[in-house]
Design a protein around this ligand. Structure first.
Ligand SMILES: [Fe+2]
Length: 301
């Protein structure tokens, strides 16, 4: 067949995908071609604009390295990451809701036990916090021996991975046999997404703000339960309603409270420290369309 035009081209391209052996790949490619062509038709894309798009995606790729993941950032600010989370996590009632992984997860963080101090080695001080709680099943029973991968930005809103130094404010915290966990860290602060790349330029060009409300990231895993990738946001943060990556859920907003001097002293923190009490609730793995667990191949660094 020849003589392709705007009316018959889409069907011709889709037709060439018919031999794709993997059915799911065929389905995805077919939909991608249909939507891409429909997009070009809808906006009557010019050649100059098409080339601008090619240049933009090239720059996004060139900005990526073993520590910087500009494509995940692009997916995040376009809401695609949250769309994929929403499509794949119809969380059981009462279970901790999932939200975006973000570009700053890293494997190989140090393992810690109950009461660990994640501030060790930190190059910047913040507001001392005691984070404690339990890992429970949706019916409220303690989940023994869960592991919490936690990470957050430094006090200046920059992640350790962005500056290429040692790991900071991240760790694999093991809960005990009763599902209890606790660690010391710094209270998270709001921050800007990385604005020094093509995604930042796009955010500026579209007049959007680039802030994320303060949060701690967590991946909670336990044998027999669905792994959850989530955040705990800080109640009262000015950006809760305008998260640049659309990740805020009401159920994930935690209250940080002042500790009494005696409470702080008991856990080895200075007077005036704050605390976050936060329980994670996991869905049983059986009968749930489980998310593929975070594997080594997902590592950003
Ligand atoms: Fe983050």
């Amino acid at each position: 067949m020849r003589q392709f035009n705007e009316d018959n081209l889409t069907a011709a391209v889709v037709g060439r995908l018919k031999g794709t052996k993997d059915k799911r790949l065929r389905e995805i490619m077919t939909a991608a071609v249909k939507h891409l062509h429909a997009f070009a038709r809808e906006v009557q894309l010019t050649e100059e604009e098409w080339f601008e798009g090619i240049k933009f995606l090239t720059q996004v790729g060139q900005k990526c390295d073993d520590k910087r993941q500009e494509f995940i950032l692009l997916s995040d600010v376009l809401g695609l990451s949250m769309m994929v989370v929403a499509l794949n996590h119809k969380t059981a009632p009462g279970a901790t809701e999932a939200t975006v992984l973000g570009p700053f997860f890293a494997h190989g963080a140090k393992e810690y036990g109950y009461g660990a101090d994640l501030r060790e080695g930190a190059t910047m001080k913040g507001e001392d916090v005691w984070v404690s709680g339990r890992v429970l099943s949706v019916d409220g029973k303690p989940v023994p021996n869960a592991v919490l991968d936690v990470w957050q930005a430094k006090a200046d809103g920059i992640y350790d991975l962005q500056t290429g130094g040692e790991f900071e404010l991240r760790g694999r915290v093991k809960a005990n046999a009763k599902g209890e966990y606790a660690f010391k860290s710094y209270k998270p602060k709001f921050y800007s997404i990385p604005m020094d790349g093509p995604v930042g330029d796009m955010v500026k060009e579209t007049g959007n703000h680039h802030m994320r409300p303060a949060h701690m990231h967590a991946i909670v895993s336990a044998p027999g339960y669905q792994q959850v990738i989530t955040h705990v946001f800080v109640d009262g943060d000015p950006y809760l309603d305008g998260d640049a990556v659309f990740a805020v859920k009401n159920s994930l907003v935690g209250k940080y409270k002042k500790m009494s001097d005696a409470e702080a002293k008991k856990v080895g923190l200075p007077a005036g420290s704050v605390k976050l009490e936060w329980d994670f609730r996991l869905s049983p793995e059986a009968g749930v369309k489980a998310r593929k667990k975070i594997a080594a191949s997902d590592a950003i660094a």
